[in-house]
Design a protein around this ligand. Sequence first.
Ligand code: FPP
Length: 248
Amino acid sequence: MALFSKKPAVQTEVDFTRLPKHIAIIMDGNGRWAKKRGLPRTAGHAAGAETFRTIATYCKEIGIDYLTVYAFSTENWKRPEVEVSAIMGLLKKYLLEAIGQMERDRVKMEFFGDLSPLTSELRELCERTREISRHYEGCQVNICLNYGGRDELVRAARAFALDCVEGRTDPNHLSQEQFGGYLFSRGVPDPDLVIRPSGELRLSNFLLWQSAYAEFYFTDVLWPDFSKEELHRAIAAYQSRNRRFGGV
Ligand code: FPP
């Protein structure tokens, strides 16, 4: 099984007729990228935001239907205040630009996570981009913001329990599909391919429910250095896998 890009994948060329429908990315390695250059960590996040723009645009161009990125986790609040503000500032900058270009780009924007602790300005920008792009068809970009997989599951369980207590649903008939409807990702198909750059081999609370049958691609490349070519390697590795979903 090819876990790392350095090990030869069975297939190296991308077959653009068999692309994954949904790619999810843990944008990791910004801090190390900056450190290697003697720069502050915030410079790494700024470079990471540029990489996100490039990769999101490219995913749209080649016809990926859904791209989900981990921008800020429920645990990232533990970081120094200056770093948290820098990431929030980059998100604000990106959303303002996205709003300006929405008619041209027609990318549908969604946010997974509890937006309530964000500043009202950032929350409103999220709401505006979501609202303006609601009817766009084609590529959908989901930004995970104050997102954690466990938090998402607990919120879903809470909402489901409330629906049971108030008589709107029956716990005996709960199906996986119905439960999925309580998640931030409702209506979005599960990711086919989860990419984690930077050499870390863990999920870090990302899309725990949704990744049940995802294919994983790990690479040592740090997120700011992640390129279209690296994306090609990830997709080619994905295309060389035999997905059985528990069958034979
Ligand atoms: C993880 O790398 C990265 C983050 C926690 C922040 C990701 C944010 C961005 C790429 C910028 C804003 C996003 C958008 C969508 C415009 P790390 O800091 O943990 O890296 P390290 O492990 O090398 O320290």
